[in-house]
Design a binder for this molecule. Structure first.
Ligand code: TXA
Ligand code: MG
Length: 332
């Protein structure tokens, strides 16, 4: 059921009182708090089990508010905001005095975006201020794309859940750093590299994760409980079958063009042909395979163009090493 006007008023009150509200966006659900309230920001980190040096995104009602939150708005930022907001684009800019260091993990830059969802835009207008919102999942886990996912992830740690239906884009926003001489994609997401380049009329770099110092770039992220194994498309079925033979329950994200009926696995999801549909479904597929008790999930990377770049990024991160020194918060 979608949030009513009364729900939005109530959510704004919760934010004013220092509480946490789960908010629908076009990308994934966020766990929102008043950006200017360090106690609310601290509660977000606690609810997620997220280390305090991981910066948050400040969500605003419109591009017109940008100047209130950042120290300066470079031309590139202005052009991108005008074209892509509201939408799945986050800009990293120099921090303005309104943003507490608690929200930026101590950085002098701040990530800002205007989400494209009517419920949350109404909430942001009613509230009036900025709302810091990381994805509403436990740290390292799969981002929620429905209100039920949020409840399953966070339970009582969130004071109020605004239901805005399933997320349209399904993967997080594209993060672009516009503080340097050339814009750079820190995280591929809902706005494609091709769209950014067309708008700016110049190439936009996607630095490899190992060369960028972005807080939050742990090897394993966006991860289901099941181990994720990546292989070539034509080897997916064989990999799953051999896992089954060794007594494991194999889940499969079967690439387009392969017949699901012939795959010997515990559970098979036929991946949609279009990258946009894959992005929209990805986190739901991973959650589904977890729910079905898979020990591992075998997948291949889609072509890394358009939204395929973001899908491939999330699959790689989900398959990343899970260091035993890091407590497994995904189950807690
Ligand atoms: O689509 C989205 O962006 C969702 C929805 C809820 O808006 N939010 C989201 O937030 O994905 P979160 O906290 O899960 O991811 C934010 C990412 C983190 O990887 C963080 O490191 C990066 O943004 N980030 C935030 N501030 C930054 C900054 N000042 N410099 C570089 N990276 C930053
Ligand atoms: Mg996240």
């Amino acid at each position: 059921m979608t949030a009513s006007t009364g729900d939005i008023e109530k959510a704004a009150d919760v934010l004013r009182g220092g509480g946490l509200v789960a908010v629908p966006t076009e990308t994934v659900y966020g766990l929102g708090g008043n950006a200017e309230d360090p106690a609310a920001v601290a509660r977000i980190f606690q609810a997620k089990g997220r280390p305090a040096d991981h910066p948050l995104i400040v969500h605003l009602a419109g591009a017109g508010q940008l100047g209130d939150w950042v120290a300066e708005v470079p031309e590139t930022a202005r052009v991108l905001a005008e074209r892509f907001w509201p939408g799945p684009l986050t800009l990293v800019l120099r921090r303005g005095p309104r943003v507490p260091l608690e929200a930026t993990g101590g950085l002098e830059t701040v990530a800002v975006r205007v989400p494209d969802h009517p419920v949350t835009l109404d909430l942001l207008s009613a509230f009036g201020g900025g709302v810091t919102a990381p994805s509403a999942n436990r740290f390292g886990s799969v981002s929620p794309t429905t209100a039920d996912d949020v409840r399953a992830e966070l339970g009582d740690a969130v004071d109020f859940v605004l239901d805005g239906g399933p997320c349209e884009v399904g993967v997080e926003s594209t993060i672009v750093d516009v503080t340097g001489s050339a814009p750079a994609i820190l995280r591929p997401g809902g706005v494609t590299r091709e769209d950014l380049e067309a708008q700016l009329g110049r190439p936009v770099a996607v630095p490899s994760t190992s060369s960028v110092r972005v807080p939050g770039q742990h090897p394993s992220h966006y991860a289901p409980r099941a181990r994720v194994v990546l292989t070539e498309p034509e080897l997916v079925a064989a990999e799953a079958e051999s896992a089954q033979e060794s007594g494991l329950r194999a889940g499969v994200l079967l690439p387009p063009g392969f017949a699901a009926a012939s795959v010997k696995a515990h559970a098979v999801v036929a991946v949609p042909e279009s990258a946009a549909a894959y992005a929209r479904g990805l986190y739901g597929f991973l959650r589904d395979l977890d729910r079905q008790g898979c020990d591992l999930i075998v997948a291949s990377l889609p072509a890394q163009e358009g939204l395929g770049l973001a899908v491939a990024n999330r699959l790689r991160r989900a398959a990343g090493p899970r260091p035993s020194s890091v407590p497994d918060l995904r189950d807690s």
